[in-house]
Write a protein that binds this ligand. Structure first.
Ligand SMILES: NC(=O)c1ccc[n+]([C@@H]2O[C@H](COP(=O)([O-])OP(=O)(O)OC[C@H]3O[C@@H](n4cnc5c(N)ncnc54)[C@H](OP(=O)(O)O)[C@@H]3O)[C@@H](O)[C@H]2O)c1
Length: 370
């Protein structure tokens, strides 16, 4: 049985759907709203409805008991922190978190318990780190990586709060705006926001904001990259302008509510009359089979939340099927990348998974589409 906390949330209910699609029949559904859980249960062959509040330690432990994997989709993550991860470790159940990120990683390490926890098992962070690790396996040595993530999409409460807090000037940073990786080390203030960019496979010209996250830094270090950039991309004007205004802000409860409303409104205005899409585009240069190449991999979805849910669900399945390493860490580094990409490619969450190679000294581009 896989137990999903936050099963009624934007990510959680889609994780439940994905698990059912992947063949998991017995799922425990957790959250505070009993009625919402009953609605979700209609889609699950064997649902175990478990209304509970994560702030209650005893109930959290009961929720984890008898689980083969505990999945956390409850948020915001800065409130939930390691409560459920701790309860799962006491119940000896491996744990997957759609969020969690470095704050939970540090808390779990500090507890010095031996458990398995796959954190940041979403898209950003998550797939944003996993796909380049998969790509790197096709290179003798990768040199440079540029990543573009975003598009046109809606905002949800918990994830937007987590995103805002990740750029809160007073909290521990999740990364550094305008930074990147140059000549094998982090370079601060090396990039500027860019307007009207053309990016392979992205249908619109986009505005882009550079943000070098801790995930990108680990990736650059692990793959021993020379250069590495990460760009959040926006196919509209309103959301990026509002996002830049929020940068470095200090988010007290009142400010947070206002910032959340502003971002939601901006996202809605950008979306007016347009179809949502979300893309992850990775451009990696290096030597593959003795030849210098540039490889682009582009993932496209019409619903970012479905892709997040697929990544969270496949991380849980990886634990069941022995496709993830044990210990405390990040899904992008612990799930077998070949297996994960093959599961992703079969998922209806993705509208396209495309690969294009350019060989240096040639004009020709070889394209592959999966
Ligand atoms: N890595 C990524 O790419 C990525 C992307 C998006 C989101 N996320 C993360 O995913 C998480 C969920 O985001 P979301 O957009 O799905 O949020 P959401 O729609 O607001 O859902 C939050 C869920 O948590 C439950 N919940 C909240 N507090 C609870 C508590 N004390 N006890 C039990 N259940 C509780 C809520 O249910 P009730 O109110 O019924 O209790 C609801 O089901 C967030 O941490 C977010 O940061 C990660």
């Amino acid at each position: 049985m896989i137990s999903v906390a936050g099963a009624s949330g934007n990510v959680g209910h889609l994780v439940v759907k994905e698990l059912v699609r992947m063949g998991v029949a017995h799922i425990r559904l957790g959250g505070r709203n009993r009625h919402a859980l009953f609605e979700i249960a209609k889609e699950v062959p064997h649902a175990d409805i478990f209304p509970f509040d994560l702030t209650c330690e005893r109930d959290s432990m009961r929720f984890c008991e008898g689980s083969s994997v505990v999945v956390n989709c409850a948020g915001p993550s800065y409130v939930i922190l390691d409560r459920l991860a701790h309860a799962a470790s006491i119940a000896s159940a491996p744990y997957v978190d759609a969020s969690g990120d470095y704050p939970v990683y540090k808390l779990l390490l500090a507890r010095q318990t031996s458990c398995t926890a796959l954190l940041s098992a979403g898209v950003l962070p998550g797939l944003s780190g996993l796909v380049p690790r998969w790509m790197a396996k096709g290179f003798d040595h990768p040199n440079n990586l540029s990543t573009y993530v975003g598009g046109l999409e809606r905002c949800s409460t918990a994830s937007t709060i987590d995103m805002l807090l990740s750029i809160d000037g007073k909290r521990e940073p999740h990364g550094e705006p305008l930074a990147c990786w140059r000549s094998g080390r982090k370079a601060s203030k090396a990039l500027r926001p860019a307007k009207n960019l053309e990016i392979p496979f992205v249908p619109d010209r986009v505005n882009a904001y550079p943000f070098f996250s801790i995930e990108s830094e680990r990736l650059a270090r692990d793959l021993r990259l020379n250069n590495c950039d990460f760009w959040n991309i926006f196919a509209g004007e309103k959301l990026i302008d509002t996002f830049i205004q929020q940068m470095g802000g200090n988010f007290s409860e009142d400010h947070l509510a206002q910032a959340l409303e502003d971002l939601n409104q901006a996202a809605t205005l950008d979306l007016l009359g347009r179809k949502p899409y979300y893309m992850l585009v990775f451009q990696m240069d290096g030597i593959a089979n003795g030849e210098a190449i540039s490889r682009t991999v582009a993932l496209r979805t019409h619903d970012a939340y479905r892709l997040i849910a697929t990544t969270t669900a496949l991380s849980a399945l990886a634990l069941v099927e022995g496709k993830a390493t044990e210990g405390i860490g990040f899904a992008a580094e612990m799930v077998d990348p070949d297996w994960a990409v093959s599961v992703l490619q079969q998922s209806p969450s993705l509208d396209a998974f495309e690969i294009a190679d350019r060989r240096y000294g040639e004009n020709a581009i070889e394209e592959g589409k999966i």
